[in-house]
Design a protein around this ligand. Structure first.
Ligand code: NAI
Length: 427
């Protein structure tokens, strides 16, 4: 059992993440300023732990995607009320804090004033920055004595940190700052495992509020999203639970954009709402590995892996390693060949390619490497309406590392159903 501190736990993505972590058998330290909602969540989690967990634990054994926690395991979750814009309240969290295996900095706010930046009240501007940008490093400083070795730090930024959103005050700057801070922290503290999640549009209270006030048009948000829908909070919860796990270590220093492909889309056509419903996140993986790579457990061409093979109604996923065998300058062609091999079917499913890490000194083939990555993004934009996903994971082809397997399973599987068009850098 691991202990995970989660901020902003009382609603939206945080609440879904608390449930996910609890179901995985972790102990949660839930932090929020909303005392009433936090207490309510804690009571529900406790009731679930003592009464209703049997069904969940059994289901998890069938799917293989959740650990085999004893069905009757009783986990003592904790709740701490704190306003994270206040450095004093952050420091006070260190009192009686148990050892932490992971911190998820999820609490965040948007700007509701609808005012141009130069007309913003100084207090509102500062409060947003204090929560979205300054609270995560303050929390790390306050709690670093409580972290276990190789603890994971996961920050929740936003697609708004990659593309500017007008009339949201400091929101975009704060999230851009958090992305950069995460990457700098990973370099400065190699003893930690640090990553940043950039969600796209997620159907939470925050987004419902923006829709209700007329500041977000859901049809237009969907129109910019290749997968043709908003994310469900549980999809972000799955991503956060994965990033907070030891299996995410190869992603340290990386950004994970779980956004339905919106960050890679640059076209002008509008996507229609997707008629294909997503499958539940815990749908078992029906995996085919195509090609050979000693880091994977079973690498015979087109061989399905063990228990996953027999599940006809699993989430269809292919991991294709063949680009690793292509010569420098041949990556674009090998990527296209893999797409042609696997990209024809309809309905939910994924293709995950393994790409060799870019050799920075090889200027002659830099164009081919970049073209292959943009092809992955382009295919994601074309396949999204069919609920087909494509992503790539960069690996050191000469040193296959079995430690990448949890990451590959996550990217390929139904838990990452809102992830598409991304090339993930691993260390
Ligand atoms: P939410 O508004 O539903 O939940 C935020 C939680 O943070 C609430 O429980 C709230 O009480 C808590 N909180 C707010 N101010 C706080 C403070 N000063 N101290 C302690 N707790 C505080 O938000 P949602 O949608 O779940 O977002 C979670 C994170 O995801 C945020 O960082 C947000 O910026 C980010 N995000 C959300 C997206 C979306 O579409 N919902 C898209 C991209 C990023």
């Amino acid at each position: 059992m691991e202990t995970v501190l989660l901020t902003g736990a009382a609603s939206g993505i945080g609440r879904a993440t608390a449930w996910r972590l609890a179901r995985l058998g972790h102990r949660c330290v839930l932090v929020d300023r909303n005392a009433e909602a936090l207490e309510g969540l804690l009571a529900e989690l406790r009731a679930q732990a003592t009464g209703g967990d049997v069904l969940d634990a059994r289901a998890s054994r069938v799917s293989g995607s959740l650990p085999d926690a004893p069905a009757t395991a009783k986990v003592e979750h904790l709740a701490r009320v704190a306003d994270l814009t206040d450095p004093g309240q952050i420091n006070a969290l260190a009192d009686d804090m148990p050892p932490l295996d992971a911190i998820i900095n999820n609490a965040g706010m948007t700007d509701a004033s609808n005012l141009p930046v130069v007309e913003q009240a100084e207090r509102d501007w500062q409060r947003l920055l204090d929560l979205n940008l300054h609270a995560p490093p303050r929390l790390l400083r306050a709690l670093q004595g409580r972290l276990t070795p190789h603890a994971r730090i996961v920050n929740v930024a936003s697609g708004a940190g990659l593309h500017a959103i007008p009339l949201r005050g400091a929101y975009s700057p704060s999230k851009a700052g958090l992305i950069a801070l995460t990457q700098a922290l990973a370099r400065a503290r190699p003893d930690l495992r640090v990553s940043v999640l950039c969600p796209g549009f997620v159907q939470t209270e925050l987004v419902d509020g923006l829709i209700a006030s007329g500041r977000l048009d859901p049809t237009r948000a969907v129109a910019k999203t290749p997968l043709g829908r908003l994310a469900r909070p549980e999809e972000l919860a799955c991503a956060l639970a994965f990033l907070a796990s030891p299996g995410a270590a190869p992603l340290s220093g990386s950004r994970l954009s779980v956004d339905g492909g919106s960050s890679v889309f640059g076209g002008s056509q509008a996507y229609a709402p997707n008629a294909i419903a997503p499958v539940p996140c815990d749908t078992p993986l029906a995996l085919t590995v195509h090609g050979h790579w000693p880091g994977l457990p079973d690498t015979d061409t087109a061989t399905e892996t063990e228990t996953e093979t027999k599940m006809r109604d699993g989430y269809p996923a292919v991991i294709d390693t063949t680009v690793l065998d292509s010569r420098p300058g041949g990556r674009l062609a090998a990527t296209l060949a893999a797409a042609r091999r696997h990209g024809m079917s309809d309905g939910p499913g994924s293709l995950t390619l393994l790409l060799p890490r870019i050799d920075q000194a090889d200027w002659e083939h830099a164009g081919d490497d970049a073209a292959a990555r943009m092809l992955i993004a382009t295919l994601a934009c074309e396949w999204g309406p069919r609920a087909r996903r494509i992503n790539a994971v960069e690996v050191a082809s000469s040193h296959p590392d079995p430690a990448l397997w949890p990451l590959l399973r996550f990217v390929a599987g139904a838990q990452a159903q809102y992830l598409t068009g991304q090339t993930l850098c691993t260390r």
